[in-house]
Ligand binder design. Structure first.
Ligand code: PLP
Length: 853
């Protein structure tokens, strides 16, 4: 049949009484408030699903009759009124008191948070996975706490891809263009005009439209190059998240970093703290340096000091290959004009991105580290990994004392906590529990929930998950051409009415280091465990692999293949289309959350935290956040082996341990039923999981850590350097230049007798003579550190004493002396060192120079 297929949408008119449904649809508050979403869902559950849980789209398509009926429905109208009143009181809430202590409203302090992806809700598809969802959770917690905060990102026309999996286990990536008018966005306006900013690419100017989204108290600004003024190729710059090639990538990062700063300026916003979340956004420091040099008649180095003092950089990637590195040739193409504005020559400029594993490339992580004074990894373990990986920035500083610290990630509780829990807490604890997320003691009251109610609530969440997965799998298999009989066989254990099957979830990005196939190292044993008639199990898998990641996609095929074998049919289920909606279902509905990363590659991981706050029990390699989260009572830990072991050996060891844990601990505990039909031990562990994970690994705790330890000091540092026309920044830059030019020839020697023993209660005088090579005694600190050396020869100190300057000796050396009283009795070890020091430094070792005697 030929001819055009036309479409027409019959759009309803909102009844006056329901007018504010439109307002709610335009505020990403809905992304974490379940009652708001409930108002749409209840009007037409099927349509709500068909619209991808997108309220704006839903309101355009919902039938007039449904709206009219709801407007007359007393119960609906009561809920509507209650939800709106909660919304209004959220919006009118003042910032938490403690915030004002750190970020001064009098000084107009403002945090700008840059990230390439934001995962707030499945209806705004501008995220791919963990990084984006973390950024979304950061924004939501910033809103909850009332932090002066704006976020900057990109608006992708096609987002990341939607995933389907065909009958052979091939991942098919679908890119669907989004209609921006259906998203909770509006063009940012300046003087009632749509705001456009530009970036210069070789031979042309690319215009960017700035969109804004409201998310509670905060605003998210998103850049979009898909404008008719731009050349066809440039319109595509913001089409796909992590799409295209390396040229697309550098263009995107120029848009995000440079365009992002320009957008904020055009909006008359003047952040005091700039947070770069992962290296993609690092170019923002260049634009800020450019502004600084032009507006204040400063040289680049002084500008850099000023900019860096107000910059926080968070790194998320423990894999060197995961960092963006742009070839020098590419950098020259894109930056040779820009560099002139910075007052640098090309070589000086390229040196900002130099890193030891690639001297021909410009490393965004290196740039971000050099241009920020506050840096962190995202868990204790990852902080340590990052300190080693990035130690080249501070070449003479031991990694243990590196300025790279850590803030462990957390998840946004209202987003990921099942509504069943929220309702139960409302009923038992009152609505105030929402304000107790920073209070560890408060959550002890979980114990007050009777075990049997606790168990049955968990079962009903599993039941919901089972219906959802069953529905999804039926669609998936039908599309792949399976017969009804085959579908029945493959979904036979997904039973909403029979939830007494131990269900294990594994959902994450399919990257090889996450080792999704670790469970299958001994398929016979696994099959025996899964099919035990008394104590069966079901394994649910979900996750996307990046379209260019062939090994990752192969893993999906492997799991799919297992799921089709007769001995695993129905026991292993691979669900397509992992997104936030499916994640919420999985992390609330399964019994156990499995995570098997290769230590220490999991920077933090957050899905296990989402599971943990819902009483799902973690079974995970002790890596990332679980290294801090596991307390011996709240889940199970697989002992990591680390990269010093042969890969095949450690996979074998860890998979054995995993299967042992399942067979001897997890399964027996789950099926150890008392007279009331539930497992007391399981409930105990599940409660321990909520109690320990809820107050420690939520995003409010994370954001407060940033506020206290990073944002507030950065704001202070920034003000200090800016005083008197940036005198501090200029002085500090000049001082660092002086230090770096003279440090190589600084030399020190010990000139006292180096006593090997003293009597208890006595002290000894240590004297060090330093050839300062033109520096002044005040430019350095001399220290005695007392400590221990580990088997790798890494010295860690437990006490530190500072020397005093004591004039010059006859050779012209500066003498420093210390009246040393060893802190302990008996034999102990100490070392003597010196390093450059200045009162304006943000971190005592930031110059990265140190001499050990
Ligand atoms: C939480 C989440 C992730 C990140 O999970 P990890 O544990 O870090 O692997 C990825 N994708 C979705 C959809 C999520 O909700």
């Amino acid at each position: 049949m030929a001819g055009t297929r036309y479409s027409i949408e019959v759009q309803p008119t909102l009844p006056k009484r329901l007018a504010r449904l439109q307002e709610l649809a335009d505020d990403l508050f809905y992304s974490w408030d379940r009652p708001v979403r409930g108002l749409y869902y209840r009007l037409d559950p099927q349509l709500w699903d068909d619209c991808g849980h997108n309220p704006k789209l839903f309101l355009r398509r919902v039938a007039q009759e449904r709206l009219d009926a709801a407007a007359e429905d007393r119960v609906y109208m009561e809920d509507y009124a209650r939800t709106l009143s909660a919304y209004d009181s959220y919006n009118s809430e003042a910032p938490r008191k403690e915030i004002k202590k750190y970020l001064d409203p009098e000084q107009n302090e403002l945090v700008a948070y840059f990230c390439a992806e934001f995962g707030l809700h499945e209806s705004l598809p501008i995220y791919s996975g963990g990084l984006g969802i973390l950024a979304g959770d950061h924004c939501k917690a910033a809103s909850d706490l009332g932090i002066p905060f704006v976020a900057v990102g990109m608006l992708y026309r096609q987002g990341y891809f939607n995933q389907t999996i065909d009958a052979h286990g091939n991942q098919i990536a679908h890119y669907t263009p989004t209609r921006f008018e259906n998203l909770p966005l509006r063009p940012a306006l300046v003087n009632a005009q749509e705001l456009h900013v530009f970036v210069d690419l070789p031979g042309r100017r690319v215009m960017l439209k700035v969109w804004e989204a409201k998310a509670g108290h905060i605003t998210l600004y998103l850049l979009d190059s898909d404008l008719p003024e731009n050349q066809e190729a440039d319109r595509a710059i913001t089409y796909q998240l992590y799409g295209g090639d390396i040229t697309t990538r550098i263009q995107q990062e120029i848009v995000l970093g440079i365009g992002g700063v320009r957008a904020l300026r055009a909006l008359d916003l003047h952040p005091t703290v700039w947070h770069i979340n992962e290296g993609h956004a690092a170019f923002q420091v260049l634009e800020r340096c450019r502004e600084m040099t032009r507006q204040n008649d400063m040289d680049f180095h002084s500008a850099l000091e000023q900019v860096a003092a107000g910059t926080v950089f968070t790194t998320h990637t423990p894999v060197p290959a995961g960092h963006d590195i742009f070839d020098h040739q590419l950098m020259k193409t894109y930056f040779s004009d820009y560099v002139k504005d910075l007052g640098l020559n090309l070589d000086e400029f390229l040196a900002l991105g130099d890193s030891p594993n690639n001297h021909h490339g410009f490393n965004q992580t290196a740039l971000a580290l050099r241009a920020s004074r506050f840096h962190n990894g995202v868990s204790r373990i990852h902080g340590g990994v990052a300190s080693h990986m990035e130690s080249y920035i501070w070449p003479q500083v031991p990694p243990a004392e590196s300025p790279v610290r850590y803030v462990t990630n957390g998840v946004h509780v209202p987003t990921f906590l099942a509504s069943d829990w929220a309702n139960l807490y409302d009923m038992r604890f009152g609505r105030g529990w929402r304000n107790e997320l920073l209070n560890v003691d408060y959550w002890e009251r979980i114990d007050a929930i009777p075990d049997h109610s606790f168990w049955s609530l968990r079962q009903s969440m599993k039941s919901e998950l089972m219906s959802d997965v069953r529905r999804r799998m039926t669609i998936q298999h039908k599309r792949n051409g399976l017969s009804d009989a085959q579908i029945d066989r493959l979904t036979q254990y997904l039973l909403p009415q029979e939830t007494d099957i131990l269900t294990i979830g594994f959902a994450r990005r399919f990257a090889t280091y996450k080792r999704a196939a670790l469970l299958f190292s001994d398929p016979e044993r696994l099959a025996r465990l899964l099919n035990d008639p008394q104590r069966p199990m079901v394994l649910l898998f979900a996750g996307k692999a990046h379209p260019n990641d062939q090994p990752g996609q192969h893993l999906i095929q492997v799991i799919n293949e297992f799921s089709r074998r007769p001995e695993f049919a129905g026991r292993i289920v691979m669900v397509e289309g992992y997104d936030m909606a499916l994640a919420r279902k999985l992390v609330t509905g399964v019994d156990v959350w499995l995570n098997t990363p290769e230590y220490p590659m999991e920077a933090s991981g957050t899905s296990g935290q989402k599971a943990g706050i819902n009483g799902v029990i973690n079974l995970s390699v002790l890596d990332g956040w679980w290294g801090e989260g596991y307390n011996g009572e709240n889940g199970w830990a697989i002992t990591p082996h680390g990269p010093q072991y042969d890969a095949a050996y450690r996979d074998q060891e860890e998979s054995n341990e995993l299967l042992d844990l399942l067979e001897h601990q997890v399964i027996p505990l789950y099926y150890a039923r008392n007279g009331h039909g539930y497992s007391e031990g399981w409930v105990r562990m599940s409660k321990a999981s909520i109690k320990s994970i809820m107050p420690q690994f939520n995003s409010q705790r994370m954001v407060m850590d940033y506020v206290r330890d990073f944002y507030a000091p950065a704001a202070r540092q920034c003000r200090k350097l800016a005083e008197e026309e940036f005198k501090g920044a200029r002085d500090l830059a000049a001082w660092k230049q002086k230090i770096l030019s003279r440090w190589d020839k600084v030399a020190a020697r010990r000139v006292d007798a180096a006593a090997e023993a003293i009597a208890s209660g006595e002290t000894c005088d240590i004297k060090v003579a330093v050839n300062l090579n033109g520096l002044a005694p005040i430019d350095i600190k001399v220290e005695c550190v007392v400590g221990t050396e580990d088997e790798h020869g890494e010295f860690s100190s437990y006490a530190c004493y500072e020397f005093e300057p004591a004039g010059a000796n006859q050779q012209g050396e500066s003498v420093f002396s210390l009246n040393f009283k060893p802190p302990l009795a008996g034999l102990q070890f100490y070392k003597i060192r010196l390093y450059p020091s200045h009162w304006l430094l943000s971190h005592p070792l930031e110059v990265g120079r140190m001499i050990w005697l």
